[in-house]
Design a protein around this ligand. Structure first.
Ligand code: SF4
Length: 465
C-alpha cells in the first residue's frame, strides 16, 4: 500500500553479530555465528534492494541511516564494503562517483545551471550563508543542520554544497544524510574506518561503557580502555568529526568516584555526543542469572541515584546539553536518527530483529538469523510481527516518546497528527504531573522537569489511556 510521503524518514540496518555476548545484554545479537556473516549480509543486501528501494521510490532519500547491532564493525572489510556499496546505491551514494569524483568546478557549473543541486548527479540541496562557496552557485536550502566546511564555526552551522559522493575540497565525502555506524573499539582498525569514511559514514557511535579495565571485564566487554582511547583517536585521524560515546553506570563494584573518572576520561576525548545508561537487569541475561544467585555486587540505590545526579549535572556543565533523558550533545550534534524515533517519524528497519514504524504500524522482522536468511533466499517476507496500533496507543506512544526529549510534546504537532488538542486528551494528567513538579507546560509544549526526567517511567505510565 502506498503511504503518504513523510516529512522525513530513517533507515535502520541490523547486524546481529558480536564476538562475545556482554553479560548485561538482551539485544538481538549473537556470538559464535560468524559462519553466517556472509549469507546474512547477502540477505540484508537483498532486503535493501527490495524493501529499501521501494520506500526510496515512494518517499525519496532517507534523512538518516543507522547501522547498529550487534557489532556492525565486527564484519570483515570485504563484507562491509559490499554492504556500503548497496546502501550507497539505494539510499545515498553512487559508488561510481566514489571512484570517479566529479571535479569541483563541474559541480559548481551544474549548480549554476540548475539552480538546485537536488537530484542532479547525486548532488545535495544546500544553502550558502557566509561560507566561501556562497558566490559559486545559487542553491536552495533543504535542511538546516548540516555542517559546513571549516567556515561553519564562523557562520553558525549552515550548509555548504557538496556532491554526496564526491570528495569535498578537503577530500571528505559529505552527505546531507546523517549516516551512523555503531563501533566496538575491540573490532576497529584504520582500514575499516577509512572504508566507512569513503562510503559516506559521517557519524560514529562507540560502545565504551567504562574506562575501568576491571569493570570492562566484569561486564563481559571484549575491549580495553586503551583500545577505546586508541579507536577514538584513530577515528579522528581518519577525519570523523561527529563521534558519540556510550557510557554506563551502576555497574557491579562501581563507585561514585569511578563514574567521575569515567566522565573525566570521556570528556578528555572531546566526543561530540554522549549517551549514558544505567545498568538494567534484563531477564535471562548472564547478569540476571548471577543476581538470582546473589552473586552480583551492584551499587545500592543511594549510590545509583547519586551516579544519576552526577552525570546529569556534570555533562551539561561541560557544554553537553541534555536533549533526551539519556543523551547529551554539543550544539548541533544531537542524533537526528534517534530524534526521529522520539518525534514520531517513520523508519524502515532491515535485517533480522529489525523494527519498522511505517504508516502508524509497527513491524518486527524475525530474530532468527537462519530464518531471516532463508526467507530472503525464498523471496518471502522476514516480518514476524505486525502491530497496527489503535488510535489510543498511537497517542500514548506519541506522548511518551516526545516526553523523553527536552523539547517535550509539541502541542501543534499533536493536534496536527490526531486532529484534537493535547489538552482534550491529557489535561487531567498534565495538571496532576505539574502539581507533583514533574511536568512544565507552555503555550507550545509540555515537557519533563529535571525531576520528571528522573522519574520518567512514572510520568509515562500516567500518559497511558
Ligand atoms: S557488543 Fe553490544 S550488542 Fe554485542 S553483546 Fe555487547 S552490548 Fe550486546
Amino acid at each position: 500500500m502506498k503511504q503518504q510521503k513523510p516529512e522525513s524518514w530513517g533507515v535502520y540496518l541490523h547486524v546481529p553479530f558480536c564476538k562475545q555476548k556482554c553479560f548485561y545484554c538482551d539485544f538481538p545479537s549473537y556470538a559464535g555465528k560468524e559462519k553466517f556473516e556472509e549469507a546474512y549480509i547477502h540477505a540484508l543486501i537483498k532486503e535493501i534492494q527490495t524493501e529499501g528501494a521501494r520506500y526510496v521510490k515512494q518517499w525519496g532519500e532517507p534523512a538518516t541511516i543507522y547501522i547498529g547491532g550487534g557489532t556492525p564493525s565486527v564484519l570483515p572489510c570485504e563484507l562491509l564494503e559490499r554492504l556500503f556499496e548497496t546502501v550507497g546505491g539505494i539510499f545515498l551514494l553512487r559508488p561510481q562517483h566514489i571512484q570517479q569524483p566529479l571535479p569541483q568546478g563541474e559541480v559548481a557549473r551544474e549548480a549554476r545551471r540548475s539552480g538546485s543541486l537536488v537530484g542532479r548527479n547525486n548532488l545535495h540541496a544546500v544553502t550558502f550563508r557566509g561560507c566561501a562557496h556562497e558566490k559559486d552557485a545559487r542553491v536552495r536550502a533543504r535542511t538546516g543542520d548540516i555542517k559546513c566546511c571549516a567556515d561553519a564555526k564562523d557562520v553558525q552551522a549552515t550548509l555548504s554544497w557538496r556532491c554526496r559522493a564526491c570528495p569535498s575540497p578537503e577530500g571528505k565525502a559529505l552527505s546531507a544524510c546523517e549516516f551512523t555506524m555503531e563501533c566496538n573499539p575491540g573490532t576497529i582498525n584504520a582500514e575499516k574506518l577509512s572504508l566507512m569514511k569513503r562510503y559516506g559514514v559521517n557519524r560514529l557511535s562507540f560502545g565504551i561503557q567504562t574506562f575501568h579495565d576491571d569493570l570492562l571485564k566484569k561486564i563481559g566487554r571484549i575491549h580495553s580502555s586503551e583500545e577505546a582511547r586508541e579507536a577514538i583517536e584513530l577515528a579522528r585521524s581518519v577525519g570523523f568529526d561527529n563521534i558519540s560515546l556510550d557510557l554506563m553506570y551502576g555497574l557491579p563494584g562501581e563507585t561514585l568516584a569511578m563514574l567521575q573518572e569515567d566522565i573525566d576520561e570521556a570528556l578528555a576525548l572531546h566526543p561530540d555526543h554522549i549517551s549514558i545508561y544505567g545498568l538494567q537487569l534484563e531477564d535471562h541475561t548472564a547478569f540476571w542469572k548471577m543476581n538470582e544467585l546473589g552473586k552480583l555486587n551492584l551499587p545500592d540505590d543511594d549510590t545509583t541515584e547519586a551516579m544519576y545526579d552526577l552525570m546529569t549535572t556534570a555533562l551539561p556543565a561541560y557544554g553537553y546539553a541534555r536533549y533526551e533523558i539519556s543523551n547529551f550533545a554539543k550544539p548541533g550534534y544531537e542524533s537526528r536518527h534517534n530524534l526521529g524515533y522520539w518525534q514520531d517519524q517513520p523508519y524502515l528497519g532491515l535485517g533480522a530483529a529489525a523494527h519498522s514504524y511505517l504508516g502508524g504500524v509497527r513491524y518486527e522482522n524475525t530474530k532468527d538469523i537462519e530464518e531471516y536468511i532463508c526467507s530472503m533466499e525464498r523471496g518471502t517476507s522476514p516480518r514476524a510481527q505486525e502491530e497496527p496500533a489503535t488510535r489510543a496507543i498511537q497517542m500514548e506512544e506519541f506522548a511518551f516518546l516526545a516526553l523523553r526529549t527536552a523539547r517535550g510534546i509539541d502541542k501543534a504537532a499533536f493536534a496536527e497528527r490526531f486532529g484534537v488538542p493535547l489538552a482534550s486528551v491529557y489535561s487531567e494528567t498534565i495538571k496532576r504531573m505539574q502539581q507533583k513538579g514533574l511536568l512544565e507546560e507552555t503555550e507550545e509544549s509540555v515537557y519533563l522537569t529535571p525531576l520528571g526526567m528522573k522519574y520518567g517511567n512514572y510520568v509515562f505510565e500516567a500518559f497511558l489511556l
